[in-house]
Each structure stands twice: as C-alpha cells, then as structure tokens.
Design a protein around this ligand. Structure first.
Ligand SMILES: Nc1ncnc2c1ncn2[C@@H]1O[C@H](COP(=O)(O)OP(=O)(O)O)[C@@H](O)[C@H]1O
Ligand SMILES: [Mg+2]
Length: 345
C-alpha cells in the first residue's frame, strides 16, 4: 500500500530523527543552523533578513506559514528558526489540538520569543482557531469560565511569541488565519544538485566513507525532489553496500539497491506506474476523473491525490485538465506506448 512505499514523502518511523541536541539514537541529519539549510534560496533569504532585523531590534519574529509537499524541510526550518533566535520550540499539530485548553496551556507556559510550531495547521479544529486569533494578534487569550448567568470572560496576557504553521494544503486554511501570518512561503521541490549536497553531508554524518564521486547522482535523480526520500534511499543504499559490496558505494551498487526497492530511474515506484498504466489501459490515456482511476486501482482517491499525483504532475508524466487526468507525451513514452497524434499539451 501507499504507506509502505520507499518513495513516500510522508514521514515513516524509520525517518524519525533524534532532536538535534540529542546524541543517543544515532546522528541527527537535520540541519541545525540556517547556513546548513540547503536550497530554498528565496525562503532562506527572507527568513535570514527577518531574523537579523528582530535581533537588532530585540524584537520577536513575525508569525510564519510554511506550505508545500511533505518531506521538503518545513519542520526542520521551525527548529532552525528557534535555534537562530536562541529560544525554545514547542511542537504540536492541528489534529492534536482537539481542545482549546491544551493550546491555552502551552501558550501561557511559553516565554518571550519562544516558537510554537503547529504542524498540519489546516487540520486545527475551528473552535481552537478562535483562540489563536487574539493570541497571534495581541498576545492574549480570552476564555469563558462558568456558564449561564455566572459566565465570565477572563483575559490572560501572553508573552510575545512566534507561531510557525506548516501545511501541505494551504488552500484549506481560512482567510482570517492566513492573514495573521507576516511571512507566508511555499517550499518547492529540490533540484538534483541540492539533493546531492544533502546526500553528501548526510553520508559524512553516517560515516559512509567509501563513495564513488558520481554514485549519489543516481540517488538524487530518483528522490522525487524530496530530501526525506533522498535520505531514506541513502539508508537503503548504505545497507545494501554494506552487505553486498563490502561498504563500497558505486553507481552500480546504487542502481542495484534501488532496483531491489522497485524504484526506477525516474524515481517512480510500482504504485506510480500502476496509476499511469490504469489511465492508459482502462481509459485510453484519459481524460478521466480521479474517482474512476481510484476505483479501477482499488485504491483510495485522496491517497492518490496526496501521494501519487503531485510528483507525476511535477515530473511531467501526467496533466490535470478540466476534463480530468491525462497522460502527457512523456507519460506515453514511459509506458512504451505511442501518444495519439492529436495529443494536446
Ligand atoms: N533544506 C534542507 N537541507 C538539509 N536537509 C533537509 C532540508 N530539508 C529537509 N531536510 C531533511 O529532510 C528530512 C525531512 O524534512 P522535514 O523538515 O521533516 O520535512 P517536512 O516537515 O516538510 O515534511 C529531514 O530529515 C531533514 O533532515
Ligand atoms: Mg514535518
């Protein structure tokens, strides 16, 4: 199933890293400082300017909204920002905030300049969101004690803090919530050169010393523009090299290791290919609706939309039109079929 794919951008238990300061449990691969954060140059520049400005003014950083596909470094950036400000990071997530009381508890405990990171902020319940507005805007929370005739509204002041929200679905955020973020930025897929830098740094931390110069290129082109996928493939390659090639990582070793995982030279796995094949074989290449494809594959439409389609669209094998999903000429080519003459692209 989709969840077990080696190329899934979503976090799996094996990807979990110890906190940067923690030594036990293996080396942390996450960058700790802004200068170690690879890629996303526009975002890094915006944040570095904001950080420098608040440092000079001895102020608190504006609230930041990070949006983009999973595995591109949103959580990492929240840690980096707190480290750069020399403050603490409190982490929670939209679905975990089921009661407003939990949020208020955390907010009142935070010291000046601390960072509250809310992952999957689009899944925060509406009732909790109400409390977030005055907290973000005026650093206060209002809550009601008792009920009926005895109901009283109590206002509690908070220390100025920075909220960092992360979401894969910025479109699902309400306008009032969105408008309260001073900085809002979309993270893009990484280029293969950026992934190479990330891979080489990680290999060093993992004490992989015997690596042929071009070997990691084969990993980076198969990583779907996603650091999390690149690092996961790197771990599979490390195991394979250790057991089958006495630790030596060559291009051939990488290709063999990843072929064993069912990842082809575009970074596509069996689920991606099955998706493209159903469009070709059952629907003549499209256009076809997502629900129909999902039914043919016996898979869940929203899973396909979240974990299969983004990369196929990004890499140009699939197009989304008003009439539905269709294969592009590269999509036909990938499947060894010839594109219809009237293919419109
Ligand atoms: N810009 C980057 N530079 C180096 N490593 C990165 C970068 N972005 C992400 N990573 C690595 O990729 C993994 C996934 O990043 P994460 O921040 O958890 O992604 P997200 O929160 O967007 O899903 C982390 O283990 C991190 O080490
Ligand atoms: Mg994350």
């Amino acid at each position: 199933m989709a969840r077990d794919r080696v190329v899934t951008p979503e976090q799996q238990s094996e990807d979990r890293e110890p906190a940067p300061m923690q030594v036990e449990g293996g080396p942390a691969l996450r960058p700790v400082r802004m200068t170690e954060y690879v890629g996303q140059p526009d975002l890094v520049e915006r944040l570095s300017i904001a950080l420098e400005a608040v440092r000079q003014r001895k102020d608190t950083m504006e609230h930041v909204l990070l949006h983009g596909p999973p595995g591109l470094g949103k959580t990492t950036l929240a840690h980096v920002i707190a480290t750069e400000m020399g403050t603490r990071l409190y982490t929670t997530s939209g679905p975990a905030l089921s009661k407003a009381g939990d949020l208020i508890g955390t907010l009142t405990r935070m010291s000046e300049g601390d960072v509250l990171f809310i992952d999957e902020i689009h899944r925060m319940p509406a009732a909790v969101e109400e409390y977030i507005y005055p907290a973000m805007e005026d650093f206060k929370v209002d809550f009601t004690v008792d009920s009926g005739m005895h109901a009283k509204v109590i206002t509690v002041g908070l220390k100025p803090f920075t909220l960092i929200g992360a979401t894969t679905r910025a479109g699902l955020l309400t306008q009032p919530l969105r408008s309260r973020f001073g900085i809002s930025h979309h993270l893009d897929y990484y280029g293969t050169d950026e992934l190479l830098v990330i891979l080489h740094r990680a290999a060093e931390k993992l004490s992989m010393t015997d690596v042929e110069p071009d070997a990691f290129k084969e990993i980076s082109v198969r990583s779907r523009g996603t650091p999390r996928v690149a690092l996961r493939l790197l771990r599979r390659v490390r195991d394979f090299a250790q057991v089958r090639a006495s630790g030596k990582v060559t291009g051939t070793v990488v290709i063999e290791a990843l072929a064993l995982e069912g990842v082809d030279d575009h970074g596509l796995d069996e689920l991606d290919r099955k998706y493209l094949r159903s469009i070709l074989e059952t629907y003549g290449g499209g256009p076809v609706g997502l629900e129909a494809i999902a039914a043919t594959m016996g898979d869940d439409a929203s899973t396909l939309e979240d974990v299969v389609e983004p990369y196929l669209l990004q890499s140009g094998f699939l197009a989304r039109t008003r009439q539905g999903r269709c294969l592009t000429s590269s999509g036909y080519e990938l499947l060894g079929a010839s594109a219809p003459r009237d293919l419109f692209e």
